[in-house]
Design a protein around this ligand. Sequence first.
Ligand code: FES
Length: 170
Amino acid sequence: RGFLARATALVAGGLAYAVPALTGLAALLNPLRQKSEAGEFMRLATLDTLPADGTPQAVSVVADRNDAWNRFPNEPIGAVFLRRTGAGQIEALNVVCPHAGCSVQYEAGENKLFCPCHAASFDLSGKRLDATSPSPRDLDTLDAEVRNGNEVWVRFQNFRTGTTEKVPEA
Ligand code: FES
């Protein structure tokens, strides 16, 4: 009888460890989570709403967000600059400054992108304009494409700030 009791205790103890471990594994393997980490194409605008002269246009990114327990519909998750670069061609930049995460703005007077926090300047393609820029890298480009002739789709992704490398945020 002692053996049976010990065996039962062992199995119960093993289960106590296995359940949280398997739950963690399920969270890691959850396809929704993987999808958001890798970035996914989202329809953000139509081509005809963007200036034909290539002036950047800031567009908010709104998406449903999921965590382990809840679903948060239509939450702002970031913003991008969209810019027409030719017939049916589009460029997209994340508006977040790679230095410390402030939002970069378009300066129409100087036709450049500017971060008001520590004065980093970028050209319209996101390249740093100053050799002594506080930003450790250029603005983060995003994959963008025009579908069905007029829909602007962007693979939205946020990246770590303060690093020279472009590292996707988990
Ligand atoms: Fe943009 Fe510092 S956060 S320059």
